[in-house]
Design a protein around this ligand. Structure first.
Ligand SMILES: [Zn+2]
Length: 82
């Protein structure tokens, strides 16, 4: 629809796009991309300010079961992974 949104708009990337980025990130433990659960939610105000994070993803690996957390910024880059 509207392609003329200002670049500073915080919804520059959608939740769907953030989820795709999260799923494209290999498991930090085993290197697989098979997640059994991916939850993407808006970053807290604190994380938004301190880490420049817009979306916060929590993923559970379907292979080794490790939980990974990702911060994704407004341009779709992963700012950290734990
Ligand atoms: Zn894994």
């Amino acid at each position: 629809m509207a392609d003329d949104l200002p670049r500073s708009n915080v919804s520059a990337i959608t939740r769907e796009r953030a989820e795709r980025i999260a799923r494209a990130h290999a498991c930090e433990n085993c290197g697989e991309y098979s997640y059994k659960r991916v939850i993407v939610k808006p970053a807290t105000d604190q994380n938004r300010t301190e880490l420049n994070e817009v979306w916060h993803a929590i993923m559970v690996c379907g292979v080794c079961g490790m939980q990974t957390e990702l911060g994704i910024d407004a341009e779709g880059d992963v700012v950290y992974a734990t």
